[in-house]
Write a protein that binds this ligand. Structure first.
Ligand code: SF4
Length: 399
């Protein structure tokens, strides 16, 4: 079986990073009808450019149209779906049965994948979507390994699962915390993440007197799940017949997309080739080096308990700073887009697209060739080194 590594692409730069570090496909959104309203996303022209770039590089692009639609959405959806077909998306990702029906009614012929937001938790629902004409189901994240295995055994439809990234504390697609507390609808891409906020208890006649819900001076993040990481169980998922492995994170940085894509690429390739991952600890260390809320296997080994929660902080942790991405190489000149301040002479870590890491001294020039003492983010610079560095490599500093 051919396995697919599916990466998030919140904008063009992240899409290029995913391709450089070895994804097979990306999922991406236009500016409407998707669940990541704040991730940058692609306007119609950019969506076409993104799909052209993916196809030129032998990769696929799946376009998310996974809002739960309202009546008024159907005025503009037909035209949008036709456009997605015209620009040759490889699939639509849909949650709402109404959107699915519309796509079929107007004769959209590209494959339709059923989003995890549709909460497919059993083989009979998979059969339902198969009968309706779906090509793939992205299972709910709230399933154990036995449930995933049973579903795979009882369908010939392609099955996709999330293997890495942030979890919703409630069933994905069923959460109304954000709607209730901030009037912003998670099922229309506007979630304000109140599940990550710090909660206290207040008695109604004592406004301003906050009682802790957990005996800790930091308060309590009662809804704050750790991030999903199924690196350890990738081989089991492959044995079960899962076809596509999805990384969450369209709103994360290019460094995150690069590193997590590179790690799962290596893991999948090594399992296919030699039956196991050769250096799991190194891959795990790389995952820890980019934004995470510590890791959990969530529902994979049964219902999660308190060890799946992060009560200490809802902030992300990482042990590297993202400093730049290599745009081009000309001899010993490494041209990079700067993402963080670099001081001349400091030691930089470069992560190549094959995950090899090199240490180099910062010998940095501006584009006109004048040496600089420090860099400013969002400008291009030249790093001079005779070390072998790839286009697309990530420049970082260990903390
Ligand atoms: S508030 Fe949290 S659990 Fe609810 S949809 Fe948003 S991220 Fe998911």
């Amino acid at each position: 079986m051919k396995y697919e590594l599916l990466s998030p692409a919140g904008n063009f730069e992240k899409l290029v990073s995913a391709v450089s570090f070895g994804c097979d496909a990306v999922y991406l959104s236009g500016q409407d009808f998707s669940l990541r309203a704040k991730s940058g996303n692609f306007n119609n022209d950019d969506l076409k450019k993104a799909l052209d770039f993916l196809h030129e590089n032998g990769k696929k692009g799946y376009v998310t149209v996974n809002i739960y639609a309202r009546n008024y959405d159907f005025k503009t959806l037909p035209e949008y779906l036709e456009y997605i077909e015209e620009i040759k998306a490889d699939a639509l990702i849909v949650s709402d049965p109404g959107v699915f029906k519309l796509a079929k009614d107007i004769g959209i012929s590209i494959p339709i994948h059923i989003s995890t937001q549709a909460n497919t938790t059993n083989y009979m629902s998979v059969k339902f979507w198969e009968d309706m004409g779906a090509s793939r189901v992205i299972l709910a994240r709230e399933l154990s390994k036995e449930e995933i295995a049973y579903i795979c055994k009882n369908t010939s439809l392609e099955i996709e699962v999330f293997v890495h990234g942030a979890m919703c504390i409630s069933h994905s697609g069923r959460c109304v915390l954000s709607n209730y507390m901030t009037n912003r609808d998670a099922n229309r891409g506007e979630c304000t993440h109140p599940c990550r906020w710090n909660y206290y208890l207040m008695e109604e006649t004592r406004p301003g007197e906050y009682f802790q819900i957990f005996e800790d001076e930091r308060g309590s993040y009662i809804y704050n799940s750790k991030d999903l990481c199924l690196l350890e169980h990738l081989d089991e998922l492959m044995d079960m017949g899962v076809r596509s492995f999805k990384i969450e994170g369209r709103m994360k940085s290019s460094m995150y997309v690069s590193v997590v894509t590179g790690v799962y690429r290596k893991a999948i390739d090594e399992i296919v080739k030699q039956g196991k991952i050769s250096d799991k600890q190194r891959l795990f260390d790389l995952l820890v080096s980019v934004s995470n809320r510590h890791f959990t296997t969530a529902f994979f080994n049964g219902n999660p308990d308190s060890s799946s929660m992060n009560y200490a902080t809802s902030s992300y942790v990482r042990n590297t700073d993202y400093l730049g991405i290599v745009e081009n190489i000309s001899g010993e000149d490494i041209i990079f887009q700067c993402k963080g301040k670099i001081e001349s002479g400091e030691v930089l870590s470069i992560l190549n697209t094959d995950l090899s890491e090199k240490q180099v001294y910062a010998d940095i020039f501006d584009i006109d060739g004048s040496k600089v003492d420090f860099t400013k983010p969002n400008n291009s610079y030249i790093l001079k080194t005779d070390t072998k560095i790839d286009k697309g490599a990530i420049i970082r500093r260990y903390l």
